[in-house]
Design a protein around this ligand. Structure first.
Ligand code: DON
Length: 309
């Protein structure tokens, strides 16, 4: 099957939306992220062995909240659907990703979904094992397998930077701990969560992740299942309902692409025909989503009819 776009066309769309980056700003609450080049812009589209890549696709960046998709997949594979959703909900929050507001209202304090920070912290708690770094090692191993890239690893500098500026997530953890929602110690859970957010990839790795998720969890080359199909289906559904935080509704209308954003400027898109899209452009809009990246996906979707709806 031919890709919906080729390199030169992709590059011309990127040129058109690049000015959007100027309206956003690079995340600064994690100091290491602030070092990113605001003009960097890369996009990779993969489907099976077909690839189109344009711009700065070699630049590596941390997954940040894109990690939430794979950590949820891992927790579902470990514990099964029933246990996971007994501890974290399935509903969009309509709040910013780090909000504590909804947790106060829910009784018991169950986070609304696994894509917001509170939910991802509970998922990290479920992945926690006795040896401190086992969860992160397993997570990195799964990403290396999905991306077919053995160089994917944790960026220690970003992890340290986030750990030193994590009081909001620490507060969420203490809130959850005091309501008996976390089984493990706050600093252990936080550490695991931060390590997963700090895994470094490039746009091509993201495209490959999107391609595997869109192909029901199968390796695009060998057809081997890397993630069970029911898990791939579940995480891509969360990408539609919660992946772009409090902009998930408008993004579903404007693009209709299952997508997950990260504050590094990463966007992971996944289509049911096995097309994966990886975008990197660090300046963020007011929802914490890549400003130019979001616009690029909206434009591509509208011109090439990519919406799943
Ligand atoms: O926990 C945090 O604040 C970051 N490590 C990740 C947040 C994030 O990427 C939200 N996404 N747009």
């Amino acid at each position: 099957m031919a890709l919906f776009v080729q390199k030169d066309t992709l590059a011309s769309y990127m040129k058109v939306v690049q000015p959007e980056a100027g309206k956003g700003s690079v995340a600064s609450y994690i100091p290491a992220l602030q070092q990113a080049d605001p003009d960097a812009f890369g996009c990779a589209v993969h489907q099976g062995k077909e690839k189109a890549e344009a711009g700065d696709t070699g630049i590596r960046f941390t997954l940040q909240s894109v990690a939430k998709v794979i950590s949820l997949a891992l927790a579902l594979m470990d514990r099964g659907r029933e246990e996971v959703f007994s501890r974290v909900g399935m509903e969009p929050s309509g709040n910013p990703f780090h909000s504590i507001q909804a947790l106060e209202k829910e009784k018991p304090a169950k986070p609304l979904n696994p894509m917001i920070n509170a939910g991802a912290l509970v998922v990290a708690d479920m992945l926690q094992e006795k040896r401190p770094d086992t969860a992160a090692d397993r997570f990195v191993g799964l990403i290396q397998q999905i991306t077919a890239n053995p160089d994917v690893d944790i960026c220690a500098e970003t992890a340290v930077s986030e750990r030193n500026h994590s009081n909001l997530n620490r507060a969420l953890c203490y809130f959850l701990k005091s309501h008996n929602v976390l089984e493990n110690e706050v600093e252990e859970v936080l550490n695991t969560y931060i390590n997963l957010c700090s895994v470094k990839v490039n746009s091509c790795d993201l495209a490959r992740i999107g391609s595997v998720l869109g192909a029901d969890g199968r390796d695009p080359e060998t057809g081997e299942y890397l993630i069970p199909s029911w898990t791939a289906e579940m995480v891509t559904t969360f990408m539609v309902t919660c992946g772009m935080y409090d902009a998930s509704g408008s993004f579903a209308i404007n693009a209709g692409i299952p997508c997950k954003s990260g504050v590094s400027g990463a966007l992971l898109g996944s289509l049911p025909d096995g097309t994966g899209i990886g975008v990197y452009s660090p300046p963020l809009d007011s929802h914490g989503n890549s400003a130019a990246g979001t616009r690029l996906l909206e434009r591509l979707s509208s011109d090439f009819q990519l919406s799943i709806f």
